[in-house]
Design a protein around this ligand. Structure first.
Ligand SMILES: Nc1nc2c(ncn2[C@@H]2O[C@H](COP(=O)(O)OP(=O)(O)OP(=O)(O)O)[C@@H](O)[C@H]2O)c(=O)[nH]1
Ligand SMILES: [Zn+2]
Length: 461
């Protein structure tokens, strides 16, 4: 069996008793006085600062504390006093500006491909247009800062085109291919938004007439839609708009470089007692260009001779933090941690990967948009498609890479989703067993769970 090299357990693991929080020993009432219970926390903090500054003032200026505050540094004999208001010989001070006013041509000496993709994702979130190498300028409809921009054409996803009843046109009939639409009138942002956003579907059901056109830059179009998904915005663009503003250059191949799981590395690790188990360690992962920080929780003592119980848990802010009843994420997270704690008590161990892939990879805002559509009667799959987004967009090679970095090459995977098993195996992790992980339904998630079973292939009863 292939054994992967571990980066090793944390150095200097301490018994729990050694790590009491010092803060607990502070005389809590000392700093807010007796009225603490009635003081609003923010007001309390302000009061604390006032008291602190009074105490400091009463103490007088300590020489060490004030040596560089408010006092001029001693000057050597003959030295010039510092210039106030800048050196007139240098002209007026100017803000630093990027070379070429920030326009970055795709040259070998420019930013690395992964960095360019990161900049493109950031640009979309800010509403700045992309200049696709070999394709047109694309302005994201949802976030565009160039409010006066307009274009004759829009780029949308196949799923959105289908919702807009365009799939009967030959150029829009390919199920997953991006669709270029030509409007009878140019699209300004007010006209483009209802095409992009299904929240407006009921208010304006007929948006056309549109003509679908052949795309001569299909790869660039697909990459742009993928970048929009990663940025968490609606996947719709004005194509070559007038007045789009400064563009962000990006090439199709940049995306693969950005998504390369090999860039992920362990950033740090620390002991983290949790309510399910006091014997747990958190490991944080980072890569240079992807700002999402994934974590793993290792429960029990890591052993190379026993395959751990593993759960790949995708971020769900609503379920994990707020206790949403619309999904099964919160109870699944809780039950997984307790199952791992039981496993550890029997001499085994567990690893929970907390993957920052909210809403199965479409991001929090788009997931909440999907929830709105679900309230109109669409199921979880159709709601995503109406948004023009895939119903599954998670990046499981990231999970395999995290396991590899932890030195885990074989797992007992807690899941009802066969796609997770396949994805892990495809990226080199042996799945010795699939451990079912079904939790009781509630009235709010019954339809969600049956859709998972009936449309997404989950093994649920
Ligand atoms: N787009 C979308 N995402 C959702 C919805 N409900 C839950 N999610 C997301 O789905 C993910 C939860 O999936 P998981 O429980 O990890 O995995 P799974 O594919 O359901 O498979 P299991 O391992 O069997 O639980 C989280 O990222 C949630 O935010 C929804 O209605 N729409
Ligand atoms: Zn959830």
């Amino acid at each position: 069996m292939r054994r992967l090299r571990s980066q090793g357990p944390a150095q200097g693991r301490q018994p729990h008793a050694d790590r009491g929080r010092d803060a607990g020993a502070l005389p809590r009432r000392a700093w807010l006085g007796r009225s603490r219970a009635r003081v609003h926390p923010r007001a309390g903090a302000q009061l604390f600062l006032v008291v602190l500054s009074q105490l400091l003032a009463a103490e007088g200026p300590g020489p060490a504390a004030r040596s560089h505050v408010g006092q001029p540094r001693p000057r050597e004999a003959g030295a010039q006093p510092p210039l106030r208001g800048g050196n007139p010989a240098l002209g007026k001070p100017e803000r630093p500006r990027a070379a070429g006013d920030g326009v970055r041509p795709l040259t070998a000496s420019g930013p690395s491909p992964a960095r360019r993709a990161a900049q493109a994702i950031d640009a979309l979130r800010h509403g700045w247009p992309l200049a696709m190498d070999g394709g047109p300028v694309l302005l994201p409809v949802e976030t565009a800062v160039a409010r006066q921009a307009s274009a004759q054409r829009m780029l949308i996803s196949a799923a959105r085109a289908e919702t807009l009843k365009l799939a009967n046109q030959r150029e829009a009939a390919e199920p997953h291919a991006p669709v270029l639409i030509h409007g009878a009138e140019p699209f300004d942002l007010a006209a483009a938004l209802p095409v992009a956003d299904p929240a407006l579907d009921l208010a304006a059901p007929l948006k056309g007439p549109f003509r679908a056109e052949t795309i001569g830059w299909l790869e660039q179009a697909a990459a742009a839609l993928e970048l929009a998904r990663i940025a968490g915005i609606l996947p719709a663009f004005l194509v070559d708009p007038a007045d789009a503003g400064e563009t962000q250059p990006v090439a199709v191949s940049d995306l693969a470089a950005w998504a390369d799981a090999a860039a992920l590395a362990i950033a740090t690790r620390a002991r983290l007692p949790v309510s399910a188990s006091e014997d747990a360690e958190i490991v944080a992962f980072r890569s240079a260009d992807d700002l999402r920080e994934h974590v793993a929780l290792v429960i029990g003592e890591q052993r190379s001779d026993v395959a751990p119980l593993v759960r790949l848990h995708s971020e769900c802010l609503t379920g994990d933090i707020l206790g949403s009843l619309k999904c099964d994420c919160g109870p699944q997270l809780d039950a997984a941690l307790h199952a791992m704690a039981d496993e550890a008590a029997r001499g085994g161990w567990g690893v929970l990967l907390y993957l920052r892939q909210e809403g199965r990879g479409i991001g929090l805002v788009n997931k909440l948009r999907a929830y709105r559509l679900q309230d109109q009667g669409f199921d979880t799959v159709d709601a995503n498609r109406r948004l023009g987004l895939p119903d599954e967009a998670r990046d499981f090679p990231v999970a395999s890479r995290m396991l590899e970095l932890l030195g885990v090459d074989e797992v007992r995977l807690m899941t009802n989703n066969p796609a997770k098993v396949e994805a892990l195996m495809a990226s080199g992790i042996a799945v010795a067993e699939r451990v079912p992980h079904q939790l009781p339904a509630n009235p709010h998630n019954t339809r969600y769970l049956s859709t998972k079973r009936d449309r997404s292939g989950h093994l649920l009863t």
